[in-house]
Ligand binder design. Structure first.
Ligand SMILES: Cc1ncc(C[n+]2csc(CCOP(=O)(O)OP(=O)(O)O)c2C)c(N)n1
Ligand SMILES: [Mg+2]
Length: 334
């Protein structure tokens, strides 16, 4: 498994941006947890706390015009790809200033300008969509790549194998990033998933790499290698990023899920906080002082508070437009 990679291969600016983005995701998710408990958020939310290094490391290897597909646990992927927290928050509040005019909610947020072709409430749903996006790039002669994020549970869906197969046969510029956080809802991955997920690449004839998903630098370089191959026309890669979600499967699960994760297991992963670990490395390397780190954190916290205000001040969409933007335009409907 790829663990720590050399910090020196990053620029200082990049490294600080990566720390900032991880903090932004953490503070966004923490705020959502509070807002959910206050009954402010319609619908379910699945938080990404603890897994921030995967999204930030991976997306830091992309250009804005590259694309990602995401999951039901997707806020972190979108923020890492450049989504604004105020428009994300408005979407979660169901307001018109959200990325989808409040009609997508947490699990269906899209921004074509940012290369975000959707969070997705269907487990595994983003895998064939991202593979199709990579096929479009190949077909049109563009040098873009697409990252498909999905969970360990999704790795058991048939579309995962179908997509890897066709991506391999056609040499598509797609990077399959499997986030193995140890659980599929309330069931340990080991009870559902045969063998090692990373080994599923070999029979398809594509490279597979297992990475420490709590090490943002290792993630960045594993994905960068895959991106380089994909842009050169050398086809797809599977990356299995091992990490852990700090929050429940969904907020509010305490009401029914019971204690399905040992306390010691949770404590051990919290000890391996990807943000603290990376921040400490930057301090040690004299790229960042503790005061600068604290200032980044309070700045991000303030942005999240402002995002809530923005969302609360944004109106709900008019009832008359309830069915607009839900279907692709067609001659029959026009
Ligand atoms: C096709 C489909 N089956 C089942 C569900 C219900 N469901 C939602 S999330 C989830 C577990 C997904 O686990 P994993 O892929 O490991 O992602 P994680 O939640 O751990 O990030 C399931 C079964 C669903 N949304 N879609
Ligand atoms: Mg999982």
């Amino acid at each position: 498994m790829t663990t720590t990679s050399a910090l020196k291969d990053l620029s200082q600016d990049d490294a600080i941006m990566m720390l900032r983005n991880m903090i932004r995701i953490r503070r966004f998710e923490e705020k959502l947890s509070v807002l959910f408990k206050r009954g402010k958020l319609p619908g379910f939310v699945h938080l990404y706390t603890g897994e921030e290094a995967i999204a930030v490391g991976a997306c830091s290897a992309l250009r804005t015009d590259d694309r990602i597909t995401s999951t039901h646990r997707g806020h972190g992927h979108l923020i890492a790809k450049g989504a604004r927290v105020d428009r994300m928050m408005a979407e979660l509040f169901g307001r018109v200033d959200g990325y989808c005019r409040g009609k997508g909610g947490s699990m269906h947020i899209v921004s074509f300008e940012l290369g975000i072709i959707g969070t997705n409430g269907i487990v595994g749903g983003g895998i064939p969509i991202g593979t199709g996006s990579a096929w479009a790039d190949r077909h049109l002669g563009r040098d873009n790549v697409t990252i498909v994020f999905f969970g360990d549970g999704a790795s058991n869906q048939g579309v995962f194998f179908e997509s890897m197969n066709i991506a391999s046969v056609w040499g598509l510029p797609v990077i399959f990033v499997c986030e193995n956080n140890g659980y599929t809802e309330w069931t340990p991955t080991s009870e559902l998933t045969a063998g090692n997920i990373v080994d599923r690449a070999a029979p398809m004839g594509i490279p597979g790499e297992a990475v420490d998903g709590n090490d943002v630098v290792a993630m960045r370089f594993a994905v960068e290698r895959a991106v380089e191959r994909a842009r050169k026309g050398e086809g797809p890669t599977l990356i299995e990023a091992k990490s852990y979600r700090w929050n429940g499967h969904n907020e509010g699960e305490e009401a029914f899920a019971g204690a399905y994760r040992p306390d010691e297991e949770q404590a051990a992963w919290r000890e391996r906080d990807p943000i603290l670990a990376f921040g400490e490395r930057l301090v040690e390397n004299e790229w960042l002082s503790r005061d600068e780190w604290a200032a980044i954190d309070s700045d991000e916290q303030a942005q999240i508070e402002a995002a809530v205000e923005f969302a609360e001040n944004s109106p709900f969409p008019d009832a008359e437009e309830a069915l607009d933007h839900l279907f692709a335009p067609s001659k029959e409907r026009a």
